[in-house]
Ligand binder design. Structure first.
Ligand SMILES: [Zn+2]
Length: 479
């Protein structure tokens, strides 16, 4: 008998191989659907646990910094391709170490949304576009167990043994493993990332329970780039409840938030480039130009490079100075590398960037994936001084800062101007200083004193230009 079955299968494969594979994919998806209690059009689950800020470790190679997840609710509507995450986070690390808006004082509430081609956050009461997060949020929606089923059917999934495989072009690739009980036990995804190209995400689903006829995991563990990014204990699940998530008009009609660059002249040959959330500084030297910081993504960097070439026509851009490796501050470096521009960073980031800036970007090929240019990365230890006889640019290590082990700042002694990221971001003019002050800011002040820098103004890479007295006020020191 078995040999006849094998023969029949072989015959079918020979006669109609494509159809036979399609049938086996459908059979497995049907079996998974039956086991999980489909059809499910919306899912809403709540829980507690830990969440980790991807790309925000204190140094490359360390795990992502952890936050307590006091509450977590994810709502997904598969019919409208939409997702809403509501998180309440509290500080886990004491002392704070790494990024992710540490230290959190009290509770931090995050509301993160996506709907088809739009991604946005709610800040205060207002929707703020966040297109940089779209691919990741769509992956998160379709990587939920019932989402895998829906997306697999919609994207011509193939089946290899007990693994379902499909891709959504420019968004993600996904492989789901089906257990013996026909429940999805694991999802391996690849999403595009501006810093590292292809970024692997691994989600394990375990301890399934029956919630009113729908099976759902009560333990969800996720790793991003090899380190934990979520560990969730699920306490409640509601299937097919009303989940109405629509991109608001303010988000649909918003201009691209990354391409708007506003330049402000600070001195001859010195400009502050703003217009978004993360800034850059352009410094003209006698024979070349350097840019301080390549934040966010390729779109931002193309706009920053265009503005730089407009401000200083005819001189080559030789260096880009990276304050630290956090992904929101390094997302433009692959684009600089594609242009053949040398990346200057702290020594602790050197090998990470040499690898990341040459890594493949297959899900969404970027300029560097196409250029395939070998990146040039220069590591700074304590200090790097660049001068053309008239202008001097000193790059210093902000030693002992808990935000990042290799945090760099740029100081122009003639102009008495300091530029830095994340050690100090100016408060709103009338805001009360935090008590106790941020240890990151106190450390920056200590470094300015240690190095004997006669700082006049600070041009921070978040916020606005302020006199150094404003920094001293923030940490409760009299100037
Ligand atoms: Zn940072």
């Amino acid at each position: 008998m078995p040999s006849i079955v094998v023969l029949v299968i072989l015959l079918l494969l020979t006669l109609a191989p494509v159809n036979a594979f399609a049938q086996s994919a459908t059979a497995l998806l049907d079996a998974v659907g039956k086991a999980m209690g489909a059809p499910v059009t919306t899912i809403q689950y709540t829980g507690t646990g830990g969440v980790y800020a991807t790309g925000q470790s204190a140094v490359p190679g360390l795990p992502w910094p952890e936050f307590n997840l006091k509450s977590y609710t994810r709502s997904v509507n598969y019919d409208t391709a939409s997702l809403r995450d509501e998180q309440v986070r509290t500080q886990a690390l004491d002392p704070p170490r790494g990024g992710g808006l540490q230290p959190i004082r009290g509770e931090q509430r995050l509301t993160l949304l996506a709907n088809v081609d739009y991604a946005w956050n709610i800040v205060g009461e207002q929707p703020v576009p966040a297109p940089i997060t779209l691919a990741e949020r769509q992956f998160q929606a379709w990587a939920t167990p019932h989402g895998v089923l829906r997306a697999a059917r919609a994207n011509n999934a193939t089946v290899q043994g007990r693994t379902i495989v499909f891709a959504v072009p420019n968004r993600f690739m996904l492989r789901a493993t089906v257990g013996d009980d026909n429940l999805i036990t694991k999802v391996d995804g690849v999403i595009p990332n501006p810093v590292v190209g292809d970024l692997p995400v691994e989600i394990t689903y375990s301890e399934y329970r029956n919630f009113g006829g729908v099976m759902f995991p009560t333990r969800i563990r996720e790793k991003t780039g090899g380190f934990p990014s979520l560990d969730l204990m699920v306490s409640d699940v509601r299937a097919n409840a009303a989940v109405d998530i629509q991109a608001p008009d303010a988000v649909r009609q918003a201009a691209n938030p990354y391409t708007r660059v506003t330049s402000q002249k600070m001195a001859d040959g010195l400009w502050y480039l703003t217009g978004g959330t993360h800034h850059s500084v352009v410094i003209e030297m006698k024979d070349y130009v350097m840019v301080v910081e390549a934040p966010l993504n390729e779109e931002r960097t193309v706009a920053v490079l265009a503005e730089t070439k407009k401000l200083v026509p005819g001189k080559p851009i030789r260096y880009v100075i990276n304050s630290h490796h956090h992904y929101d501050h390094a997302g433009g470096l692959r684009t600089f590398a594609a242009e053949g521009i040398t990346v200057v960073t702290h020594e602790v980031n050197k090998s990470f960037f040499e690898h990341a800036l040459a890594a493949p970007a297959t899900v969404r090929p970027d300029m560097q994936a196409k250029a395939a240019r070998r990146p040039t990365v220069e590591g700074v230890r304590g200090r790097l001084s660049l001068t053309d006889g008239a202008r001097t640019v000193d790059v210093y290590h902000i030693a002992g800062n808990l935000h990042h082990d290799g945090l760099l700042m740029v100081y122009l002694p003639n102009e008495k101007l300091l530029s830095e990221a994340d050690a100090y971001t100016p408060l709103a003019p009338d805001a009360a200083p935090p008590m106790p002050p941020s240890p990151f800011t106190v450390n920056l002040s200590d470094n300015i004193t240690r190095l004997g820098l006669a700082v006049g103004d600070i041009a921070p890479l978040h916020g606005r230009i302020v006199p150094v007295a404003e920094l001293q006020r923030t940490i409760g020191k009299n100037p």
